[in-house]
Design a protein around this ligand. Structure first.
Ligand SMILES: [Zn+2]
Length: 297
C-alpha cells in the first residue's frame, strides 16, 4: 500500500497524518510547534515523529511524499515567508529541509490553498471547476480555483482576500494596512467586535462583567446560540462584513461554490444568515442564483 503524508503546520500545533490514495486518513498525530528551538531542529524532530507514526501504524506501507500546508507557505518557492504567527521571522526553506530529513518529495503551499486542493480532490468541490475556499480561524485564508486550477499568481501570493479592505481606516492589521477583512471576519475579529459592542452599546450581556481576556470566539458562539443579544449582534456585524466582500468576490470571479471551513464555521447559521442577507442586499438575485454556499463543520 502507498501512503502520502499530510502536514498542517499551525502557530500552536503541527498536525500530521498518513493518507491513502482515496484520501482516507490512516493514522494521525501532532507535535507542538516549538519555536523556542531553531526551525532546523524543529523540522528534524517533526520528521522523526512522522517516521515513528509510520513504523507504529503502517510499517508495511511505502511512503510516497509529503504535502505541507503552512501559514505563508509558498508553493512556487517551497518556503514559508515571514509568517506572522510563527516566531522564526524569516524565510524558511521548508521543502528543502523536509526533503533532506525524509528523503521524500515535498510540496508546500499555504494552508488556505491546501484546503482548496483538498476540497477539489476529495471533498465537496470534486468536479467543480470554479470555486472559492475560505478558512475562518485565527486568520482568514482564501484559496481560489478557476477553470479547474488553483490560482497562485506571479509569486505564489494570490488569493489574499483577508487583506483586502473591508472597513475604511478600520482596525490595524498585521500586514500593515488598516481595515483588512481578516481583522473583522476571523475568530479574533469576532472577539474584537464583541468587546467593542460591550463598550459602545451599553446593552446588558452575559459578557458584561467578564474579564475581556477570558472571552473567546468559542464562548461568543455558545452564548449567541443561547440567545445573548450582544453576542448575536457581534455575529450579525461579522457576517454582514464578510457577506459584502463575498458578493464582490462573486462579481469578480463568478464561482459556482464557496466552501467555508475553519474554527468559525462551527458557528453555522449564526454567521451564515447575516452573511447571505448582506450579500443578497448587495447583489439581489444575481448572488442567489450564481453560487452555492457550503459550510463544513
Ligand atoms: Zn491585512
Amino acid at each position: 500500500m502507498d501512503l502520502m503524508i499530510g502536514v498542517d503546520l499551525g502557530g500552536t500545533y503541527t498536525k500530521f497524518g498518513l493518507v491513502n490514495e482515496k484520501g482516507e486518513l490512516i493514522a494521525e498525530n501532532y507535535v507542538k510547534t516549538d519555536t523556542s528551538v531553531t526551525y532546523t531542529a524543529f523540522f528534524e524532530y517533526l520528521i522523526s515523529q512522522i517516521k515513528l507514526l509510520h513504523t507504529d501504524t503502517a510499517p508495511l506501507s511505502k511512503l510516497q511524499g509529503i504535502g505541507i500546508g503552512a501559514p505563508s507557505g509558498n508553493s512556487l518557492t517551497g518556503h514559508i515567508e515571514n509568517a506572522s504567527n510563527l516566531a522564526w521571522a524569516e524565510s524558511i526553506p521548508v521543502a528543502k529541509l523536509v526533503a533532506k530529513y525524509s528523503n521524500l518529495p515535498v510540496a508546500v503551499t499555504n494552508d488556505a490553498n491546501a484546503a482548496a486542493l483538498g476540497e477539489m480532490k476529495y471533498g465537496v468541490a470534486k468536479n467543480v471547476d470554479n470555486f472559492i475556499s475560505l478558512t475562518l480561524g485565527t486568520g482568514l485564508g482564501c484559496g481560489i480555483v478557476i477553470n479547474g486550477k488553483l490560482v497562485t499568481g506571479q509569486n505564489g501570493h494570490a488569493g489574499e482576500l483577508g487583506h483586502t479592505i473591508a472597513v475604511d481606516n478600520g482596525r490595524p492589521c498585521g500586514c500593515g494596512r488598516k481595515g483588512c477583512l481578516e481583522t473583522y471576519a476571523s475568530a479574533p475579529g469576532l472577539r474584537q467586535t464583541l468587546l467593542q459592542l460591550l463598550i459602545e452599546s451599553g446593552q446588558k450581556s452575559v459578557f458584561s462583567n467578564v474579564n475581556p481576556d477570558d472571552i473567546s470566539a468559542k464562548d461568543i458562539t455558545s452564548e449567541a446560540a443561547a440567545g445573548d443579544k450582544l453576542a448575536l449582534l457581534a455575529f450579525n456585524r461579522t457576517g454582514e462584513i464578510l457577506g459584502r466582500k463575498l458578493a464582490d468576490t462573486v462579481a469578480l470571479l463568478n464561482p459556482s461554490l464557496i466552501v467555508i471551513s475553519g474554527g468559525l464555521a462551527n458557528s453555522g447559521n449564526l454567521i451564515l444568515e447575516p452573511l447571505i442577507f448582506s450579500s443578497k442586499k448587495t447583489f439581489s438575485v444575481f448572488l442567489k442564483e450564481q453560487f452555492l454556499l457550503r459550510f463544513l463543520r
